[in-house]
Design a protein around this ligand. Sequence first.
Ligand SMILES: Cc1cc2nc3c(=O)[nH]c(=O)nc-3n(C[C@H](O)[C@H](O)[C@H](O)COP(=O)(O)OP(=O)(O)OC[C@H]3O[C@@H](n4cnc5c(N)ncnc54)[C@H](O)[C@@H]3O)c2cc1C
Length: 461
Amino acid sequence: MASEVLKYDVAIVGLGPAGSSLAYLLKDSGLRVVGLEVSGPGRVWGKPCGDAIGKQHFIETGLPFPQGEALMQVVDAIDIYSPSEEVKIRLKEPGGGFMIDRTKYGLSLLREAEKKGVDVMLETHVLAPVLENGKLVGVRAKRKSDGKTIIVKANVVVDATGSGGAVKRKLPDEWPVKEPLRETDSAVAFRKIIEVDYDIEEPNVIRIYINEKIAPGGYWWFFPKGRNIANVGLGVQRGRGYPHPRLLYEKYLEARREVKPVRVLNEAGALLPTRRPANTLVWHNFISIGDNGYTVNPLHGGGMGYAMVAAKHAAEAIIRAHEVGDFSASTLWLANIRYMRGLGAKQAGLDILRMYLQTLSNEEVEWAMKTGLANVENLIETSLTGELRGVNLSLLDKAKVLASLLKRPTKLVQLLTVGEYMSRVKRLYKEYPEKPEDLPKWVDRVESLYREFKKRIGIDW
Ligand SMILES: Cc1cc2nc3c(=O)[nH]c(=O)nc-3n(C[C@H](O)[C@H](O)[C@H](O)COP(=O)(O)OP(=O)(O)OC[C@H]3O[C@@H](n4cnc5c(N)ncnc54)[C@H](O)[C@@H]3O)c2cc1C
């Protein structure tokens, strides 16, 4: 028997942070939108996460702030600890972030979208894209409720299925959106949500610990979700032979008093991209957002806020495409231009910094944090603007830092190099091409800049 065929303007595949944000942002567009998600309601936004998100992403996208049970803790500061834990840098921003219950927040977005006519199909597993004469026209999916296979046709298909890439993975190889993820540009992270038998001091402060022994190429974290619950985990760079983070968690973190649980509420691990955005988020009739399009913060791996911003630009491009009745890469390109020249430029700058930080030993990090080279202003600026502004002449004027740097001339040169390449890559992203035809030339420029940077720093991975 032939499969049931459903017709929409937009099919969003995957309803995690990226897909459900897009569903929400399209709810008033007047377009016929469907969201397809393999999980059931109890597992919406079910990917393991640190659950921390900055307030600015909600302001930037117009998505509602988490409230009620979805908001577990307001975050007023981030403490960053050196490897010895002797140096602590506090980044204060009262009310600057939230610890959320992902499933509750995700469901609230989907409910609002549904009220305005978006069709939300949970427990629906998307199996593959449907191509007719080389054109993407929809997806094939299997519904759990009746076990039937359905064809969902749409003008635009959005892959928001995270690293798995249910649609993107099966597109023709020559489509430029099918850019693979290198192992060393990604991490595997593992976390537990634990209940503890003591009152967590300052639950409004989330803690990040840099220590290459415990979390090689990443960091470990302790994020309170109220007085007695914490999200504790660690991320490790892939492709360099490091142990799995679960083993490192058991070896190093379980021994710590503050990490001893009375109850483990959940534990799981997953892969996350930690790189610049994919060269293009769109192709004909297709958009890729969230982890699927590598729209993440490469420095700390936070992807929820970046997914929301990518969803916002995807929504703008989808609405524009329907206004003009053209769903080709040229029209959807608007999402690329807005993302790459905005947040994408910052992301690419942070990617350069991320690679450099992954070359540092514990001793070097300790030194940088002690000398004040990684001081508060510097870190805040870097995380907000993507520019390593601390490494400039005014900072070098500070005698203490200069004296310390002169003892490590290689590190001084490298830091200046990092600052230079961060600026250069950002400039390149601000010159993101106007049209798809110019993409290959631009990609060559980006790739050669990265090659040059890696050579100068001595990165061979
Ligand atoms: C341990 C860990 C800690 C992290 N900590 C943080 C943090 O504190 N803050 C932060 O901002 N980010 C954090 N991240 C990253 C963050 O979790 C991701 O960037 C974010 O979830 C990406 O959202 P997404 O919607 O793109 O993808 P996902 O969250 O992966 O959602 C994809 C959705 O698609 C669905 N799907 C997949 N395949 C199919 C299919 N074939 N058919 C239908 N549906 C499908 C999935 O079920 C899922 O619901 C962390 C990641 C990890 C692994």
